[in-house]
Design a protein around this ligand. Sequence first.
Ligand code: MGD
Ligand code: MGD
Ligand code: MO
Length: 737
Amino acid sequence: MCGLRVTIDGDRVTDIRGNPDDVWSAGHICPKGAVLGQLHDDPDRLRSPMVRRPDGTHVAVSWDEAFAEAERVLRPVLDSDGAQAVTVYVGNPVAHNLGLSSYIGALVGMGGAAGMGAYYSPGTVDQWPLNVVGTLLFGGMWNAPIPDLARTDHLVVIGANPAASQGSMLSAPDVVGHLTGIRKRGGRVVVIDPRRTETAQRATDWVPIRPGTDALVLFAVLRTLAADGLLRAHPHLDGRVQGLDEVIALAEPFTPEAVAGPSGIPAEAIRALAHDLASASNPVLYSRIGACTQEFGTLATWLVFVLNAALGAVDRRGGAVFPTPAVYSPMFMKPPDQPGPRWEFGRFASRVRGVGEVLGQFPVSCLAEEILTPGDGRIRAMISVAGNPAISAPAAGRLDEALASLDAFVCVDNWLNETTRHAHVIFPGLSPLERPHADDLYWIYAVASCLKWSEPLFAPDPSRPTEWEVLLRLSGALLGTPTPDVDLRAMDDLYTGGLVATMCTQPGTPLSGRDPAEVMGMLKGQGPERIYDLYIRLGPWGDGLGANPGGLTLDEVRTHPDGLRLGELEGGRLDSAVTTPSGGIELLHDLFVADVPRLRARMDRVEESLLLTSRRHLRSNNSWLHNVPALMRGRDRCTLLMHPDDARRVGVGDGELAEVSTSEGKVAVPVEVSDDMMPGVVSLPHGWGHGVPGSRLGVANDHPGVNSNLLNPPDLLDVPSNTQVVNGVPCQVRASG
Ligand SMILES: Nc1nc2c(c(=O)[nH]1)N[C@H]1C(S)=C(S)[C@@H](COP(=O)(O)OP(=O)(O)OC[C@H]3O[C@@H](n4cnc5c(=O)[nH]c(N)nc54)[C@H](O)[C@@H]3O)O[C@H]1N2
Ligand SMILES: Nc1nc2c(c(=O)[nH]1)N[C@H]1C(S)=C(S)[C@@H](COP(=O)(O)OP(=O)(O)OC[C@H]3O[C@@H](n4cnc5c(=O)[nH]c(N)nc54)[C@H](O)[C@@H]3O)O[C@H]1N2
Ligand SMILES: [Mo]
């Protein structure tokens, strides 16, 4: 999302820096942006499609041959078992790639129309609890207020490390600068994390917590606020928040004394957390992945918003505010498969494990068993789009085996890596500098309302299809047309027309009640640009397709290469932002209440094992920036962080190799002894484990690291949301030979 100024000489990038004139980022840049040139030039980046030969090696082929190969492997599965034997895996970069984000809906939607069951994504190793909480409290999967970083005087950060991640479901250039700003204003930043992270090092307070116990502590904070008479009336929320008294009643057993043992946070410190929040002028809590991918991810994430509501922080400047995205997204819409006033969960169950769906998905670890277990409904074909589940999914070893056994495996990906090495055919996309770019989803969580559009810097080879065209061709194949024969223009009109028709028939969208044919007639061009133009025009500053004459269109936005900054964060947006059946914030739901006994039982459990957690690095992006030389300089980062007492106890020294084992598997990894780790907890980064045969990653394979998901069991789940637990996994560590 940050604006970059890229200097080129012919077809080479000579410099990339932050664009000081960018209306959003004003010169801020992080290592991910700075290396786009090296990504573009990476000799391992695929420029032509690859097919797998019988001996398992991949060879470059023409696009025609590649589409023919996709047809050759997919068609027999579709003919014999139908689309129910096919699934799609939607990887993380889809959300950061305009062509993919605009057209992934075609593949998933048309696959669904053809009879495909659930699709999979890393959402269930990531933000699924936030999606569940957003749905129930605020009315939409992607609806949640964000901390007003520029105005708060007391920020509590729970299970997030923006100094590495740059903020997650919280889009702000230079989050770390914001944290410094809070302290400079005399405010406080409190970081609750088992590790003294780079963020915690810049905070006023670091509160170490035993993984998975955040919900206990947050309940105790709520209880303290209530018991000590610290909850005041907040007129701006009058009649707009439901269920707070009932949630406070649920907090009763969670006294600071009762949760101190399991959480490792002394009762007095928990009371202080509550009192400090109550005495701040503009307190706000923010949580992210460490509070999601853990045993009580839903309750912890829920209680963050309960506390924000109880403190009167919601919808108030300096608190937790609802951004105003300038670009509309159909992701704001209640999906047509949720027709009732209330969202339904568990509408269908997975074939093998029998786990109920949540927001249309099963835990991503189900994928392996759905592929490997024989019987009716077995998955025999998969289309993976910009994903590396062989590394990113828990129980990765089983998935690796499963991927190798598929009858048809088609990948849309730019590298031959741990996942795509199993593909029958790989369709590469263009480099980030050869395609237009604009964000959609992540403006939902942004600290300012902006519109930006970037033209491609380099003209792509005209013979190469774009990624969205590849997705449309595969969508057509699922609907029954042989892959090479799909009429792209007709498919694009079918998809975009269908999207428009849905927005016209669904209530509460900017197109509700309009005539789809008339709307389609007002749009021009094709592809992602037509769709993005529509979304700009449907946004609050758009021309409303005639409803708001003089409003913005894509053509207008294009004339502002530094972007348009249209609005700042404000309070007072609740009535328009919240779309629950009652129109208010609905704190109390059976889904949450039903999970409280499981949390209570956690208080009685004595955890004796070391607990394994995950971490991220600034100079990485999940599994796929490790082939960029500039990001790989310096010491090995794939290390097991361990407190000196623990290291001494198990007899392993700094830099020595340790064997880490869980009920799922074991790996050998160098130890980094550090008192930045709390005792009893170890931390291993995710996204490593390169160097596997058949992959082509010249740089990454020289620094392979180990795959932490070989250790994470498939069946450790946050129950209400189906989220995989990758933080707080019991493990053993011993010196390795
Ligand atoms: N540079 C860079 N940026 C990235 C990424 C990247 O890989 N590299 N990945 C991107 C993606 S896909 C995402 S989803 C975001 C994620 O962004 P963040 O949510 O900020 O993720 P992490 O940096 O992994 O921070 C999670 C923190 O949770 C802590 N933690 C673990 N268990 C617990 C627990 O039980 N309780 C508490 N309170 N804390 C716990 C960990 O120690 C860690 O510090 O980052 C995005 N940005
Ligand atoms: N243990 C543990 N596991 C985790 C996490 C954790 O914290 N701990 N974090 C989880 C999270 S938050 C996430 S988001 C997932 C990520 O999980 P995934 O999305 O499965 O994996 P990524 O590592 O993001 O891999 C992205 C893939 O996209 C490809 N790619 C990159 N750019 C492009 C492009 O422009 N076009 C195309 N077509 N392909 C491209 C890359 O080659 C790579 O194969 O991992 C999850 N797994
Ligand atoms: Mo993520």
